[in-house]
Write a protein that binds this ligand. Structure first.
Ligand code: ZN
Ligand code: ZN
Length: 404
């Protein structure tokens, strides 16, 4: 039952069931704990994860392989890289999953150099990387801008007799992303043209994303053309393409994309952010006013907005699709779910304590820049785990170095 709730993403219910199970006198075993820990990881419920970790130790299951791997993953997904590393270092045996988990932990925090170092150690320890490991390493290189290293590992995975792993669509998507982020858009397009199978939506998606970062309309249109065929109901692609046009002031392009979306009945995926305060997860969607503390939240954002502007913050309205007046755009931007969750964190957690947020989509550029200002004004560390990686904001800077 617990596994079923985990599978369907209902983390909170899992913990209630574990509690009920213990009340009924049924002793959880290592499999129960593994499920519960992965639920905590998915919703980044650190306090609850800590509690379950304590019961695991009490019950003597701490060195059960799968459970130890799940704990490394849980601490990593809660942004606690130090704890994840401690768990990893203490494991009596490390298999390919343990190594891949710790590589992913460093990768998501943007520590690409450490990933490369650990990956070399892993191979020296005689553990053969599998295709997931390569994917993790490539993605880490991409997020840290390690172009040469990434390309080297990409070529080594199939060429070395050692590994002999044929790159899948996911690996290609990663290497296109790696090249694209680094500004090598033409090379990225070249890689796509040489793929021995029909390129997937993810691969074109990487090229589209890179075209957005580097404002390349031509390659953006090329990628979008494929995506609108391959993945016609994914609103994300339309929004990115519209943003490319918007950034270049091509409003007729924006209107065209919006018309295709409307004709096909494509709806935008709502952005949602989560924050755990006193062991309760609070969810916010864009412009959400359903939370009991809404009034205070919006008041805090209002005050912050004024202070931010004094420090030089300018709303980056490129990220708001609607070509309405400037003022309205700024208004829509300041109510993105991550800003609401951060404001809630500011009013409900003790001064000076870190604020941890999860977002279901990629963090938008404006929220990213606003959060830098908020970390400076409030003197708080703000950690945001978006669909791609971790951003750790402190004193006006982000750990990703604005490269994400
Ligand atoms: Zn935003
Ligand atoms: Zn960042």
């Amino acid at each position: 039952m617990i596994a079923a709730y985990v599978y369907h993403g209902h983390g909170g219910e899992t913990l209630r069931l574990l509690h009920l199970m213990q009340l009924e006198g049924v002793k959880p075993n290592e499999i129960t704990f593994t499920s519960v820990i992965s639920a905590c990881a998915n919703v980044a419920a650190l306090e609850q994860g800590n509690q379950v970790h304590a019961s695991i130790i009490k019950n003597g299951y701490i060195f059960y392989d799968k459970l130890a791997n799940a704990l490394v993953d849980m601490y990593s997904k809660c942004g606690k890289l130090g704890y994840a590393r401690q768990m990893f270092d203490k494991m009596p045996q490390r298999d390919v999953v343990s190594w891949t988990t710790i590589l992913a932990a460093y990768g998501k925090q943007g520590h690409g150099k450490e990933v490369v170092k650990l990956f070399e150690q892993m191979q020296m320890a005689g553990i053969r990387p599998n295709h997931v490991t390569f994917l993790t390493v490539l993605s880490a290189c991409s997020h840290a801008g390690l172009l040469e290293e990434g390309l080297h590992y990409f070529h080594s995975m199939s060429q070395d007799n050692h590994n002999g792993i044929l790159p899948t669509a996911e690996h290609y998507a990663c290497v296109v992303d790696l090249l694209g982020r680094a500004g090598c858009l033409v090379e990225a397009h070249d890689v796509i043209s040489k793929i021995p199978f029909e390129p997937t939506a993810d691969i074109w998606g990487s090229l589209l994303g890179a075209s957005r970062i580097h404002n390349n309309i031509e390659l953006g249109e090329c990628a979008a053309g494929h995506l609108f065929e391959l993945d016609p109901h994914n609103a994300g692609h339309y929004v990115v393409m519209a943003n490319i046009y918007a950034a270049a002031g091509k409003w007729e392009g924006v209107a065209m994309v919006r018309k295709i979306m409307k004709d096909r009945g494509v709806k935008k995926v709502p952005g949602c952010s989560w924050i755990e305060v006193n062991k309760i997860s609070h969810v916010f969607s864009t412009g959400d006013r359903s939370h009991p503390k809404s009034e205070e939240i919006y008041a805090v954002l209002e005050t912050l907005g004024t202070e931010m502007k004094e420090l030089g913050y300018v709303a980056d309205t490129n990220f708001e699709l609607h070509d309405v007046e400037q003022q309205h755009k700024e208004h829509a931007l300041c109510h993105h779910s991550e800003k609401l969750a951060i404001a809630f964190g500011l009013i409900t957690t003790p001064p000076g304590s870190p604020i941890r947020i999860i977002k279901n989509l990629r963090m938008c550029g404006d929220c990213h820049s606003a959060t830098k200002f908020i970390s400076k004004i409030s003197g708080r560390e703000v950690v945001v785990r978006d669909s791609n990686r971790f951003h750790s904001f402190e004193g006006g800077l982000c750990s990703c170095g604005d490269y994400w």
